[in-house]
Design a binder for this molecule. Sequence first.
Ligand code: DSN
Length: 442
Amino acid sequence: MEHTTLQIQDLELFDLIERETRRQQDEITLIPSENYASPAVREAVASALANKYAEGYAGRRYYEGNDIVDQVELLAVKRAKELFGVPYANVQPYSGSPANSEIFFALAEPGSTVMGLALSSGGHLTHGHPKVTFSGKYYKAVQFGLASDARIDYDQMASLAREHKPSIIIFGTTAYSFTLDWKRAREIADEVGAYLVADISHIIGLVITGDHPSPVPYAHVIMSTTHKTLRGPRGAIILVTEEGLQKDGDLPKKIDAAVMPGMQGGPHENAIAGIATSLLEATTDEFKQYSRQVILNAKALESELRAKGIELIGGGTENHLLVLDFSKQSLGKGTLVAAALNAAGIVANRNTVPSDTNPFYPSGVRVGTPAVTTRGMKEHEMQKVAGWIVEVVEIIKDEKLPEAKEQKQSYIAEFRARMQNDPRIHIIRNLVKDLCAQYPTP
Ligand code: DSN
């Protein structure tokens, strides 16, 4: 085999990348926000476009030599506008958190009130999480949560909005399994004159194919990352809808200015090229089938896990993800389940559930189907995966995090080592690897 340039020049890094590539091939990714970008997307990201500075916007750059780069960025903008049927798109945000901060700074002065879903209820850090994020530090953040059925509590959202009169309601989720009611959210926003910002990062692929209702008729501004269900490169887009333009005709200008120079410098035109080609991929029949299968696979996981007695937040799923709830076994158990699954080659993430008191050692595990679906796995494979999850949970049924804070980390380290050497976990790991061999990563 011919050696690559990286292999000749930097063997240490080459080896690490090889190992990570192998890990991705040999393991099952159930992290719902991860996916595999296509070879075409990766080619665009690794292209000569990475070499170019292009501060500004097409036709008004601060650097020379951008005639071609302008066309690349305009292509991404055009595809985003056409795919969503919106009048404005900005494709420069580096990722979701910068994009949300840019939207906040464009729409409301620091110090004003913003409202979003609490992190512990499935929201995102940038939706007003107190103290540690720009959204909770520089804005007065109000957070709504879930009702007793684990669905968004729209009544609480409405009453908090009436009480606090937020300038922005940011509505979106990272660990929520049910359909979002954009119409209701818009009614609440209208009642208090707020902007409705939809964060569709997790569900963008499902929105494009109509497998989840679109926020376009209701939201004023839409933000999405591009690397989750869309399968593009790491990045984000901000859209302004017709509704947004009607509320404030200056929104495009405000958002452009907040992105650059407000928050960012030179856009990553190689990533923008990757976004452009992923938006093209999202128009294909193959993408439609993938999106539908993502949901079918999540439903297959749901029915198998439920049948085997695993508790699910809200009882199941309507989208691409599920949150498994182990709080009844013991608080913090999700941390151990995720670590044991990892040892078995099933990669998920620990996640808070509503009853959690310590977000660092949560009791839930979040799993999702976009990545396995991209590999071609279907319901039959999901039954196997669910079976292995159940086996791992059974193997560690008597494990419990110690109460004392100072003992938790050392317990987890010892637990991880024990799981790596557990023969029962080894058997599952080999079965996982065999299954993965039948479904190569793109
Ligand atoms: N990190 C993303 C997720 O995993 O959902 C959210 O930013």
